[in-house]
Design a protein around this ligand. Sequence first.
Ligand code: C5P
Ligand code: C5P
Ligand code: ZN
Length: 466
Amino acid sequence: MEIDLDGSFLERAHECAEFLRDAGDLLLVSHIDADGLTSAGVASTALDRAGIDHETRFSKQLDDDDLDQIEEDGYDVVLFTDFGSGLLDEVVERDFTPVVADHHQPNGDCDYHLNPLLFDIDGSSELSGAGTAYVLARALEEDDDNRDLAALAVVGAVGDMQNQGGGLTGANREVVREGVEAGVLEAKQDLLLFGRQTRPLPKLLEYSTDVFIPGISKNSSGAKELLEKAGVEAKNGDGWRRWVDLSGDERDRVTNTLFRECAKRGVDSGQIEELVGETYTLLNEEPGTEMRDASEFSTLLNSTARYERADVGFAVCKGDRGEALAEARDLLNGHRSNLRAGVEFVGDNGVTKLDNLQYFDAGDEIRDTIVGIVAGMSYSLSEVDRSKPVIAFADADGENEKKVSSRGTKSLVRQGLNLAEVMSECSSAVGGDGGGHDIAAGATIPEDAVDEFVDEVDTVVAEQIS
Ligand code: C5P
Ligand code: C5P
Ligand code: ZN
């Protein structure tokens, strides 16, 4: 059976797949975030199964240096996943044949260019890099054998936050459907709090900050009291119970009590609704582990790749549940405390508000690879205004360079905001580079251009939203 996506999109996938079968020296290159790692996991597993030899490497942001290195290494064909489209005008000039499976806004085109945006599918909300790699993987098999990879593809989509608004939509739904049919995935409505598989119950509630619940969020005794009110034991003997340890009835009781308490404490009804949504369980994974839940899995992967250990996350994607997983869990602890410290930094230092944006410069206090995640999380702070995009700066690797990350909301995008365009235009106006998605994008700019850049962004956002 065929994945039920637009016919021409599938046709392109088959052209790419056919070309890859005789690729010669093949290199797979992918992006260093959860979607990039799962993209590579999907593509590499499918290539292995098809008997196509390849090597794999990762990059933080595809640039000329990466392309120089690849050329020097003499590969015939390079498969780019989760990036490549944005730099295609330069990639096609190079001494290898590119195959691109990406969902970022294209700059240029090539013969083997698989990107949902070329087929009227929204790449920022309806299909991720891993979903695009999945379509390619499906085309690499004559029968349904690669449908199990839908589970990883869903982890990628969730990692790119494409489930915002209560669940995956668009082409992503086809991927979910195939995963469910293949028996590797369960999709069901549940509490959306992070950590259903691994967090002790009180912490699950206490760390709910996307929806801030007065008296429960950031309040451990309040969280414990709520469990008591719901008549649910928080402990089992000496150990804390987790959400996965509860019976269906217990989960309902906690959810209903939580709803009641939220209403009592003045949380608005729209926000209360956001506490529940579709969740994705990877049925072949051990219950109570990070990999069992798409959201926890994606965070585990971010903890590796964004700290120069993409090899670790990639190994986990390819099935390593031994050494690589242990290492990933170590890295996860560090990542969690860095995110916490990052959001705290924004809370303590505040943001500077202009007419059409708000920004902060973290200097070297927040790593450039996670400053975008922190920017998105900062919307949960009272000092951050949901009616304006957040622009975040951090010191970049390159000397005298700043990394820029920008994040918006769905509502802003509906009003016309396109941060990919903003980042691309405004960075080139000051001698930098950028791109991404309408709702989330990034750039690198000269360090001394921050003020000018911010003014440019303020102007362009005003034009988009008016
Ligand atoms: O490079 P890539 O496409 O993987 O990055 C997408 C980024 O956009 C992720 O960091 C994700 O967290 C962010 N995003 C967001 N809000 C959304 C959709 C994506 O912050 N609604
Ligand atoms: O780095 P950050 O998480 O802010 O990236 C958000 C989105 O912008 C990602 O999809 C990333 O691939 C894209 N981006 C880009 N060019 C850059 C920086 C980020 O296309 N220079
Ligand atoms: Zn992506």
